[in-house]
Design a protein around this ligand. Structure first.
Ligand code: LCS
Length: 405
């Protein structure tokens, strides 16, 4: 056990030290990569004891691995949960949570704007198992209340939403969920600690695509689910190690442990750069609308300021005007994005590199067009993940591409 009491230290200290102890065998400071599928027992009796749980220890890496465990402990501390389970991707976290918590006949109330992959799970895959889903605008508390029935077991949403940046009041929904004995699951990928802490606001479970800000270097896929010991045991047992079988590779967990040491510095800079980019875009003559919770024009700016600790996120969505030098928003948007030199045209987010993409044809192409348009994922919407480059260079790059329209 670490000598540090993590209740008494600040975020930067937690991000570096939580889950990390000198290696018992060698004293290595950095957590070793235990690149092994299985673990040997001295005797049959020891193996039997480990399988029955009478003797603590590792047996097989699908059920637990020391490098993966170090990452679980770190992420549980950072999110303020009792326990965590890591997965091979964010979708591994979403799927394991759903199969862990739900059974045939159950009902889910889900946010109506979700990452495209999660949207497919909610819209199509859960129905294969006899679980039905009602989609609502979770920023409207009345809609959430009205969608709940006696079979509702889970309320699920992202805040801010991918890609429309809508913000939901976690504390208010947690109060409804608690009153009705429903589990509240929040996807915190867009606003990782130190921005937003859903568990501290009353959510039961928080999950992430670790691929994004937590790893932060664009070289790993990963996921995590954090919550109570009881919930995580079920999600690990039913989801990660059985039906889904999605633990991460220990090598990937090592990379994420390494990435998280600079999480505070990176997230702070992503947010500072994004606020400046959002202000620049909002003042640009070709831009119709900018969706960024840090702007006063965002409909939930005050809620976001409180809930996101004044840091917001590195993600922005925007649309160009309907007539830019004779081009409509979609045509102008394509020409503008193709003309950028620093930003890469790519999905994913939270990387050091600025990434820009077109949700309607990329991340959210799987969402039916009518559903997309109903919730504001228009053909003209552009999503930007603001990276860690110098923000003046990014603004200059955007301006040269606007000038060429
Ligand atoms: N949750 C959110 C909010 C996401 O944005 C993503 C991926 C996932 C879950 C799934 O995580 P993964 O399995 O990819 O690690 N979002 C992506 C995106 O917006 N572009 O590419 C992937």
């Amino acid at each position: 056990m670490s000598k540090i009491n993590f209740d008494e230290v600040n975020f930067e200290t937690m991000a570096i030290h939580a889950g990390q102890e000198p290696d018992k065998l060698t004293g290595a400071l950095s957590t070793p990569i235990y690149q092994t599928s299985t673990f040997c027992f001295e005797t049959v009796e020891e193996g039997a004891g480990k399988f029955s749980g009478a003797i603590p220890g590792y047996k097989y890496s699908r059920g637990g691995n020391p490098t993966n465990r170090a990452l679980e402990v770190k992420l549980a501390v950072l999110e303020g949960g009792e326990d965590a389970v890591v997965t091979a991707s964010g979708m591994g976290a979403v799927g394991s949570t759903m199969v862990g918590l739900l059974k045939h006949g159950d009902h889910v109330v889900s946010g109506d704007v979700l990452y495209g992959g999660t949207d497919v799970v909610m819209r199509t895959n859960l129905a294969q198992f006899g679980i039905d889903v009602t989609f609502v605008d979770t920023s409207n508390l009345e809609e959430v209340e009205n969608a709940i029935n006696e079979r509702t077991k889970v309320i699920y949403f992202e805040t801010p939403t991918n890609p429309t940046m809508r913000v939901t009041d976690i504390k208010a929904i947690a109060a409804i969920a608690k009153r009705k004995n429903i589990k509240l699951v929040v996807d915190n990928t867009f606003a990782p600690p130190p921005i937003q802490y859903p568990l501290k606001l009353g959510a039961n479970i928080v999950l992430h695509s670790v691929t994004k800000y937590l790893n932060g270097h664009g070289d790993v896929l990963g996921g995590v689910v954090v919550g109570s010991k009881e919930d995580i045991a079920v999600i690990r047992g039913n989801g990660v190690t059985k039906i889904c079988g999605t633990p991460p590779s220990p090598f990937n967990s090592y990379l994420v442990l390494r990435g998280i040491k600079t999480l505070y510095l990176r997230v702070k800079q992503h947010c500072e750069n994004a606020l400046k980019m959002a202000q620049y875009l909002e003042s640009n003559e070709y831009v119709k609308v900018v969706y960024y919770p840090g702007l006063e024009s965002h409909p939930q700016h005050n809620l976001a300021t409180e809930q996101m600790n004044g840091m917001y996120t590195g993600m922005i969505a925007f649309e160009l005007n309907d007539d830019v030098k004779g081009l409509n928003a979609l045509e102008a948007g394509k020409k503008f994005v193709n003309g950028l030199k620093i930003a890469s045209i790519a999905v994913s987010l939270g990387d050091p590199d600025t990434l820009i993409q077109h949700p309607a044809s990329m991340t959210h192409a799987s969402v039916p067009k009518e559903s997309r348009e109903e919730v504001g994922i228009t053909d003209g919407l552009i999503r930007l993940s603001v990276g860690l480059e110098n923000v003046d260079d990014l603004i200059a790059d955007f301006q040269q591409s606007f000038n060429e329209l």
